[in-house]
Design a protein around this ligand. Structure first.
Ligand SMILES: Cc1cc2nc3c(=O)[nH]c(=O)nc-3n(C[C@H](O)[C@H](O)[C@H](O)COP(=O)(O)OP(=O)(O)OC[C@H]3O[C@@H](n4cnc5c(N)ncnc54)[C@H](O)[C@@H]3O)c2cc1C
Length: 164
């Protein structure tokens, strides 16, 4: 069988085209023992309403991926235009500088960004390898919306809608 013909430079073209797709920005956070680990993600997708399922694509080589497994709860916070510092911090592999505050809604809940425009508390449900990423499927346990601020947007490689 012959391999399908591929556009030359497809990976770069895909990156350029995808940068034109406006997304929101979320912080995914999980507790592991007495430590919290979080990452910035714009791959959040609502997969199903009933049952309530959301998905996030993650690099398998990152520190977050092994923390996602059966029985694990994680928080997803949708950032506002005044919270781009969260996105920058948790996208930096070195996580340098002061750690922005993450607070659980309940004593045993996963960490969330205070004042975020929306949140989802999820329980790990499934994982699907998809090319060079893993699609983590979370069963939504609870969710809600904030009362302040507009959602932060990410487009053309930049944060939009706030101080940037
Ligand atoms: C707007 C925005 C949206 C994003 N959306 C997503 C998303 O949806 N999914 C996603 O997976 N990422 C996304 N990222 C990138 C992600 O936030 C960062 O890569 C973050 O550091 C990932 O955390 P982690 O714990 O998974 O990986 P980390 O452990 O922080 O590692 C990050 C990457 O660096 C590599 N790495 C780790 N240590 C080293 C080292 N010492 N030397 C060289 N390389 C190293 C890892 O293999 C991994 O690929 C986004 C970033 C931005 C700015």
């Amino acid at each position: 069988m012959t391999a399908p013909t591929q556009q030359p430079g497809l990976a770069d073209a895909l990156r350029r085209a995808a940068r034109r797709f406006v997304t929101g920005v979320a912080i995914v956070a999980v507790r592991s023992g007495d430590r919290t680990h979080a990452l910035t993600a714009n791959s959040l997708v609502t997969l199903s309403l009933d049952p309530a399922l959301v998905g996030i694509c993650m690099r398998p080589q990152g520190r977050m991926r092994p923390l996602m497994g059966p029985g694990r709860r994680f928080g997803i916070s949708v950032l506002s235009t005044s919270q781009s510092h969260y996105a920058r911090h948790f996208a930096d592999v070195r996580r340098t500088g002061a750690v922005p505050l993450l607070v659980p809604l309940t004593a045993d809940g996963p960490p969330l960004v205070p004042g975020c425009v929306a949140y989802f508390v999820c329980e790990f449900a499934q994982v699907h390898p998809v090319g060079d990423h893993d699609l983590i499927v979370g069963a939504v346990v609870s969710c809600g919306v904030g009362t302040e601020g507009d959602p932060l947007a990410f487009v053309d490689g930049e944060f939009r809608g706030g101080a940037g």
